[in-house]
Design a binder for this molecule. Structure first.
Ligand code: TRP
Ligand code: SF4
Length: 359
C-alpha cells in the first residue's frame, strides 16, 4: 500500500488543494485516534476505521484508545451497557488484528491526564466556537429523546482536542464526519500558542476513505437501523443475514436480469470482493447469468476471510482475561508517559504551578 497522505480527499477539491499543499509536506510521525464504545463493531465500522488503523500501526507510532468519557456525552443517563461495550470493543479491536506490540491501545478514562488537559483547554475555548460546531446542533435535533443541552456535550470537541494534543500527534485518522471537530482542535491549539507561545504540534487530519456500506435492508449500515453484520457474528448468523438480505427488487425470478447498482449485496461486494470477481458478478447479474444465491455465497466467502480468523482470535482471548487486563494496563502506562510530558510542556508554557514552585 502507498503511504497514506494527509488530506486524502484534498485532490477532489481545488480550493482544498492549495490549502493542503504545504500540509502534504508534514511527515507522518505519530498518530492518535479514538472510537466511542457504542457497542460491538460492524462491517461499516471496520471499513471506516479499524481497517485503516491496522494498516497504520505497521508504519507509524500509533495511540488508539476507547473513548469512554466521550460516550457519556450522549449516554450519561444510561450507563448500564458501558462496561460491556468497552469489553466488546477491545475484543473486536484485538480480534481484527490491532496489535499491542505495534501500537499503544488504551482506555481514555485510565489516563486521567485527558481530564486535566480538557479542563485547561476549556479555560481558553470561547463558547461561541462550540456553539458553531455543526454536530452540536445536528445531534440535538436528531436525538430528541435525551437532554443534550449539557456542559459536557457542548464541550465534546474540547475533550477531543485534549485527547489529540495530549499525545503531540501530528496526524489524526478520522472520517469526514469528524473533520469539523479536528478543525476545532487546530483552532484550540493555535489559541494556546497565541496566548502562551508554541508548545504542541497542530495536528492534521488523515482522512480515511470511507465507502458507504449498506446494511441488510439497503439503508446505510448502522446499529440504530438494526441492519448490521457484526464482527462477532457466528458464521451461521452471517449466512442467515446475507441469505435473507435485500437484493435488486426488480429481480424477482432467477431468469430476470438485475441491476447491481440497486442491490445492497453488490454494495458489499464493493468492499469485500476483488475487482475481477466483481466485474464478473456485475455482468452475470445484468445478464441473469448468476443467481442471487450464488452471488451471496461468494460474498459470504469473502466476508468470512475477515471474520473467521477474528472469531478464532476472540476465542483465544475469551479464555485469557488476564491478558486483556494487562494490555490495557500497559497501554495506559505508555500513554500516560507521553501525556505527562505534554502536560509538563503546557503547564510550563502557561506558567502554572509545577512541583518546582518552591524551588
Ligand atoms: N469523536 C470521535 C467519534 O465519535 C471519537 C474520538 C474521541 C476521537 N476523541 C478522539 C477521534 C480523538 C480521534 C481523535 O468517532
Ligand atoms: Fe444483487 Fe447479486 Fe442478485 Fe445481482 S445477483 S441482484 S448483485 S444479489
Amino acid at each position: 500500500m502507498e503511504p497514506a497522505q494527509p488530506y486524502g480527499l484534498a485532490a477532489a477539491s481545488e480550493e482544498k488543494k492549495t490549502e493542503a499543499t504545504e500540509d502534504l509536506n508534514v511527515p507522518i510521525r505519530r498518530i492518535v485516534s479514538g472510537i466511542q464504545p457504542s457497542g460491538k463493531l460492524h462491517l461499516g465500522n471496520y471499513m471506516g476505521a479499524l481497517k485503516n488503523w491496522i494498516e497504520l500501526q505497521d508504519r507509524y507510532e500509533c495511540f488508539f484508545f476507547i473513548a469512554d468519557w466521550h460516550a457519556l456525552s450522549t449516554n450519561y443517563e444510561n450507563t448500564s451497557l458501558l462496561r460491556d461495550n468497552i469489553r466488546n470493543m477491545l475484543f473486536d479491536w484485538l480480534a481484527l488484528g490491532l496489535d499491542p506490540e505495534k501500537c499503544t491501545i488504551f482506555l481514555q478514562s485510565d489516563v486521567l491526564e485527558h481530564g486535566e488537559l480538557n479542563l485547561l483547554l476549556g479555560m481558553i475555548t470561547p463558547v461561541s466556537w462550540l456553539l458553531r460546531n455543526p454536530t452540536y446542533k445536528d445531534q440535538q435535533e436528531q436525538i430528541e429523546s435525551r437532554n443534550l443541552a449539557t456542559f459536557g456535550f457542548l464541550g465534546y470537541p474540547v475533550l477531543m482536542a485534549a485527547d489529540i494534543l495530549l499525545y503531540r500527534a501530528d496526524h489524526v485518522p478520522v472520517g469526514l464526519d469528524q473533520l469539523p471537530h479536528l478543525e476545532l482542535t487546530r483552532e484550540i491549539a493555535r489559541r494556546l500558542h497565541h496566548l502562551y507561545g508554541p508548545c504542541v504540534p497542530e495536528p492534521l487530519p488523515l482522512l480515511t476513505p470511507t465507502p458507504k456500506l449498506l446494511g441488510l435492508d439497503g439503508r446505510k449500515m448502522s446499529k440504530s437501523y438494526d441492519n448490521c453484520i457484526y464482527i462477532s457474528d457466528s458464521a451461521e448468523l452471517v449466512w442467515e443475514k446475507i441469505r435473507t438480505m435485500m437484493t435488486d427488487p426488480q429481480r424477482v425470478r432467477r431468469s430476470d436480469p438485475g441491476d447491481p447498482g440497486k442491490c445492497p449485496v453488490f454494495n458489499l461486494h464493493g468492499s469485500f470482493t476483488g475487482e475481477e470477481a466483481r466485474k464478473e458478478i456485475d455482468l452475470g447479474c445484468r445478464t441473469a447469468g448468476i443467481g442471487c444465491v450464488d452471488c451471496k455465497k461468494i460474498l459470504l466467502g469473502n466476508i468470512e476471510q475477515l471474520l473467521a480468523p477474528a472469531r478464532q482470535k476472540r476465542k483465544e482471548m475469551e479464555g485469557n482475561m488476564t491478558r486483556l487486563r494487562s494490555i490495557l494496563e500497559a497501554g495506559a502506562q505508555s500513554a500516560q508517559k507521553e501525556a505527562g510530558k505534554t502536560l509538563h510542556l503546557i503547564r510550563e508554557a502557561m506558567k502554572l504551578p509545577e512541583k518546582h514552585l518552591f524551588g
